[in-house]
Design a protein around this ligand. Structure first.
Ligand code: NOJ
Length: 545
């Protein structure tokens, strides 16, 4: 069985590795304990050394920071915390000069309640911009218009005393949802996109794109029969009428057309949906987003047969010509090293960087940065503040990047906005670059290998074996054949093949087996993984599940 043919045309983002920067936590240069754009510029060479092709910046726009930048009060300027438009233009120039693309976070679903559009909208029922947001009268018996819940806890409706109506907010009350049924809203956001693309931005990651449209009849969401006491409150309901509406695909097609007014730009959608629904976001005739973010590795049980099944399901569901992608970490989910354990973080990296499709790396995961416990007095995340003690805090995955052994890890001269991980004195870029077997160098070697061998980027995918802790798959392109062998457990494993398997280890997790000949069997230490190049005369092991 073989899945996936190299896509025709070969857009830049198909062979690319994307790297997400959370700007508050990347590099501080002005001594306020918060990262900034000059800081990102000063660290671009790390990214070049790592070998990534594109950076995506979480929001850098003016914002009251109720949701750390995902509450925007001006779409076409830079928050003074991070710098100004001059700094941003310099970042673009410096990144482009190094061959790095720059992607911005587009947050079209909602603005800040301080955005002039919302201020105007709430000023009067007769305001020209009243319909730019979602306003409803109270229910007949009083109270919110329906049962819709906010993702961040409580009702999704906030009452506006002076005008006597409620407005809808899928997230915080400080993040009112725009009304995407209003053509003026669409036009205004498309202008924002053009503004940044004219400046040279290479594309967007679109925040909560599957939320853009809501039911125009405002029907109650049904109760979720799977809800268990103690689950996060928003899970009480199935978001049938608030997300993933069929109409959303029409506006995404429009966004895609805007992106295509410019050359070679990329549109990524943030979408948390089961795979069979996710793939609809490639759109009719692939007119949707280029990459609907595939978050399944963020959520999967770390178990070889489960992962093998997931990869196959995803590959099988992809529409013809739809390009796959994989995400291992982001600013909303616990760090991969926290999820799968520090020892498995290398295996996770090898998986991410050898699967078919575009990988996205979250800053700091190249060091295996841990999920950091945050003491109550240093909690910033509104999700933790609104729904405390449910393990939902996102702060622990947003801690400062660990650059060197300095007091504040080279991130800042002062105490950073969030605590540093306890291991920053040893787990940092300066230290780990010197250690051939470090997880940082593993990332560099894997990315370099992908770059050298089309089989690992655009080559087809072949499942080989998944049992107990062992996961094996192959990647082919032209005459090149690679076998990837991953041990997802801590005990050594050995697998013999009946066919005459012949190859050479070209990359091993700890850089200690490179060049080793493989003859008929594969032996792996606990938490180890290999990329094996098969000789032309070698048999291809048959799939056995
Ligand atoms: C998704 C973003 O990734 C998350 O950080 C944010 O809180 C919500 N969207 C609301 O914008």
């Amino acid at each position: 069985m073989s899945i996936g043919e190299p896509a025709a045309g070969g857009a830049w983002w198909q062979a690319a590795v994307i790297y997400q920067i959370y700007p508050r936590s990347f590099q501080d240069t002005n001594g306020d304990g918060i990262g900034d754009i000059p800081g990102i510029i000063s660290r671009l060479d790390h990214l070049v050394e790592l070998g990534v092709d594109a950076i995506w910046l979480s929001p850098i726009f003016p914002s009251p920071m109720a949701d750390f930048g995902y509450d925007i009060s001006d779409y076409t300027a830079i928050h003074p915390l991070f710098g100004d438009l001059g700094d941003f233009d310099l970042l673009l120039a410096e990144a482009h000069a190094r061959g790095l693309k720059v992607l911005l976070d587009l947050v079209p679903n909602h603005t800040s309640d301080r955005h002039p559009w919302f201020r105007e909208s709430r000023s009067s029922r007769r305001s020209d911009k009243r319909d730019w947001y979602i306003w409803r009268d109270p229910a007949a018996q009083g109270g919110p218009p329906n049962n819709w819940l906010s993702e961040f806890g409580g009702s999704a409706w906030a009452y506006d005393e002076p005008t006597g109506q409620y407005y809808y907010h899928a997230f915080l009350a400080a993040q009112p949802d725009l009304n995407w049924r209003n053509p003026q809203v669409r036009a205004a956001i498309y202008e924002v996109m053009r503004f940044w693309m004219q400046r040279g931005v290479d594309g967007f990651r679109v925040d909560v794109i599957w939320h853009l449209m809501k039911d125009d009849r405002f029907r109650d969401n049904p109760l979720n029969p799977d809800y268990r006491e103690g689950d996060p409150e928003p899970h009480r309901l199935v978001p049938l009428y608030t997300t993933d509406l069929p109409e959303v695909h029409q506006v995404i097609e429009e966004m895609r057309s805007v992106v295509e007014e410019f050359e070679d730009r990329l549109l990524i959608g943030e979408i948390y949906l089961p795979l069979e629904k996710l793939v609809a976001y490639y759109g009719r005739d692939l007119r949707g987003v280029h990459l609907p973010f595939n978050f399944s590795l963020l959520l999967v049980n770390w178990h070889a047969p489960t992962i093998a099944r997931l990869i196959e399901d995803y590959e099988a569901l992809l529409p013809r010509g739809g390009w796959p992608n994989w995400v291992l970490g982001n600013h909303d989910r616990p760090r991969v090293a926290g999820r799968v354990g520090e020892d498995q973080a290398r295996i996770a990296a090898m998986l991410l960087l050898t699967l078919r499709g575009t990988p996205t790396i979250y800053y700091g995961d190249e060091l295996g940065m841990p999920q950091v416990p945050i003491p109550p007095e240093r909690v910033h995340d509104p999700v933790e503040r609104n729904m405390p003690g449910k393990g939902l805090s996102r702060d622990g995955a947003r801690t400062p990047m660990q650059w060197d052994g300095g007091r504040f890890a080279g991130f800042s001269e002062v105490e950073p906005w969030l605590p540093l991980a306890a291991d920053h004195a040893s787990r940092n870029v300066a230290n780990m670059r010197e250690d051939t077997g470090s997880i940082l160098n593993l990332h560099r070697r894997l990315i370099a290998l992908r770059r050298r061998h089309p089989a690992l980027t655009t080559g087809s995918y072949h499942p080989v074996h998944a049992r107990d802790d062992l996961l094996l798959f192959a990647r082919h392109s032209g005459g090149e054949r690679f076998l990837v062998a991953l041990n997802l457990g801590r005990d050594p494993v050995s697998l013999g093949f009946r066919e005459p398997l012949r190859g050479t280890v070209i990359l091993s997790c700890f850089a200690d087996r490179d060049g080793e000949a493989v003859r008929g069997s594969i032996d792996l230490a606990g938490d180890d993984g290999l990329v094996i190049e098969l000789e032309p005369e070698s048999a291809m092991p048959a799939a056995s599940f």
